[in-house]
Design a protein. Structure first.
Lengths: 271, 311
């Protein structure tokens, strides 16, 4: 039998640091590692409440960080945690962003997708990559990880806000489209954000013939390929195993991409 | 080695079956499992109306066991209709529809509705161990209750064979099997998960599963499943086909199930350790074993232990 490097049982760890990123977004730090690579996710458990999948914002082998938006019942309760409180973690699960040494990468981050993109940028520059990060948000109050991204060498930061309150006025996908049309050439595009943004990146990827890797979010239960809740139509692949990071040549074959996802009982929910 | 067989008029290219509860929510899932070599697929348990499952954590594992308390979530028969219709358009392997309900009457209503969708077999889940707080002890723990469900379901399923999924927790699984057989069961699925069991997080001192308890599966389950299969086979004189389920990870595990009396082999948890192509792997291992041992037909193996003990 194969052995798994990932943990399939949650272990609780004490929060050692809490950073309030924006009104509704926080980053928790734990003194542990799941051996995660950029793009992978962890199941984050609040004992007695619920457990949800979250992109891993950082893991250096000693500390792990998660950045989350207090939007649902569980994350609203999680947001009330204090330093020293216990949170369960299991993983790391799923696929990760892949690059080759020295590539020129464009990373598109929508909303709290900025967290895993910071992790990707942080690791890719170690391989000599030239990284452009296109961070997008509704308005400047919702922009995340700008200071962290600015502090990285060989990272060029592009900021876009829907209302124009900071940086380019419009979506980050419109911004990169302009940059590409202006003559910039990228080896790959990585994207993490709302699915409608991913659809736009997928289209951009096809239009400009640039390969892309997109992080798709689906309802997860087990995280390691047993429950079947994250299986996508019509391919039948499990996004906890063959995702969340999916290459665009696979993504374009997922007919539900950008159209619907499934809830906890398996019913289709339109985006 | 030819692993195919025909059971109750349905031909299976090999004896491996996706067990209920693993994957199995959509047509896309069933087709993907078929592409990975399964001889048949079983749906997750289907309800007449929407049934919410438990919050997470619902499925947890270590190297020894898996505990699950997903809580049998399902969107109801409309979703089943849509997904089974898509699957049946170009069905790669037979489909077993697993049906669940809370009362005898609702089992019949649900089985009737699902039967109209034309599955190859209907499997009646009267043995789920992780919804006891909602519905009380499973019907499979009582011979009269199990028989009552069987009798009602049989009246509404027409020609579709009905398999009753039994619980290892029954005090006397032989008595339950006999009662179901007398009530008209066409076959059995043996067994559902064991337990329920519990796991506690040390630092928080809290049970890990949101439901606190959940059904146990994994390789350690196999000896219990083998005993239950052997009991049901002998209680019914080997006359009714058995889908043996519980802990199978390898071809040799599957052969052991056949010797105990199973005709088909349910595989679920092993996907988590051996990968989605576990069906192909188990079949290849079965074939290799049979060829090495000079076995040319599965029928030589099914119930083989019982025949050997009579000699």
């Amino acid at each position: 039998m194969n052995t798994q490097s990932q943990s399939r049982l949650p272990t609780t760890h004490r929060i050692v640091d809490i950073k309030q990123e924006t009104d509704h977004v926080q980053t928790f730090t734990f003194n542990t590692s799941l051996g995660a690579k950029p793009g992978q996710f962890a199941m984050v458990w609040l004992p007695g409440v619920d457990e949800v999948p979250m992109s891993i914002a950082y893991d250096d082998g000693k500390q792990i960080r998660i950045t989350f938006f207090a939007v649902g019942d569980m994350t609203k309760k999680l947001a009330k945690s204090a330093v020293g409180d216990l949170v369960g973690l299991r993983g790391a699960f799923g696929s990760n962003y892949e690059w080759e040494k020295g590539q020129k990468l464009a990373l598109l981050a929508g909303g709290y997708g900025a967290a895993p993109m910071y992790f990707a940028a942080h690791e890719a520059i170690k391989d000599g990559c030239d990284v452009h990060v296109f961070v997008g948000a509704r308005s400047k109050e919702h922009l995340l990880y700008l200071d962290e991204l600015s502090s990285l060498k060989n990272v060029t930061l592009h900021v876009a806000t829907d209302d124009g309150s900071q940086g380019f006025k419009g979506f980050n996908v419109q911004d990169i489209n302009k940059v590409i049309k202006g003559g910039e050439k990228f080896d790959q595009l990585f994207a993490c954000g709302p699915e409608r943004m991913l659809v736009a990146v997928s289209q951009l990827s096809c239009d400009h013939q640039v390969p892309s890797q997109l992080s798709l979010e689906r309802y997860m239960k087990c995280g390691y390929g047993l429950c079947g809740n994250c299986v996508v139509d019509p391919l039948g692949i499990r996004l906890c195993i063959d995702g969340p990071v999916v290459h665009n040549d696979v993504c374009v074959k997922i007919t539900e991409f950008g159209k619907y996802h499934r809830d906890g009982v398996g019913r289709k929910i339109a985006f | 080695m030819n692993l195919s067989q025909t059971i109750l008029g349905v031909t299976f290219k090999n004896p491996t079956v996706l067990a209920s509860g693993i994957w199995g929510i959509t047509s896309s899932s069933w087709k993907q499992v078929a592409a990975n070599g399964a001889g048949a697929v079983t749906t997750k348990s289907l309800w007449l109306k929407e049934h919410k499952g438990h919050p997470n954590p619902t499925v947890i594992s270590n190297e020894h066991w898996t505990l699950n308390a997903v809580g049998v979530p399902d969107a109801g028969v409309e979703k089943a209709r849509e997904e089974i219709a898509i699957y049946n358009k170009d069905k790669p392997v037979p489909l077993i529809a697993n049906v669940i309900a809370d009362t005898v009457e609702n089992f019949a209503k649900t089985a009737r509705a699902i039967g109209e969708l034309d599955p190859d077999f209907i499997e009646i889940n009267i043995s789920c161990p992780n919804v006891e707080h909602e519905f009380g002890k499973p019907f499979a723990c009582s011979a009269p209750d199990a028989a009552a469900v069987t009798k009602e379901v049989k009246t509404v399923c027409g020609k579709i064979p009905v398999f009753i999924k039994l619980s290892p927790n029954a005090e006397d699984i032989k008595a339950v099997a006999i009662a179901c057989a007398e009530a008209g069961a066409d076959g059995f699925t043996v067994i559902n998960t064991v337990g329920p069991g519990m796991a506690i997080d040390l630092r928080s001192r809290m049970p890990i599963l949101a439901n606190k308890v959940g059904g146990l599966s994994g390789p350690g389950l196999k000896p219990i499943a083998v005993r239950c299969i052997a009991d049901v086979y002998s209680a019914t004189d080997g006359k009714l086909p058995i889908i043996g389920t519980g802990g199978v990870h390898t071809g040799e595990d599957a052969i052991e199930f056949l010797l105990a009396g199973a005709s088909l082999i349910g595989i679920g948890t092993a996907i988590g350790t051996r990968g989605q192509d576990v069906f192909k792997k188990v079949c290849a291992e079965m074939s290799a074993w049979c060829e090495a041992e000079g076995v040319s037909e599965l029928s030589e193996l099914i119930g083989g232990m019982h025949r050997k003990m009579k000699n």
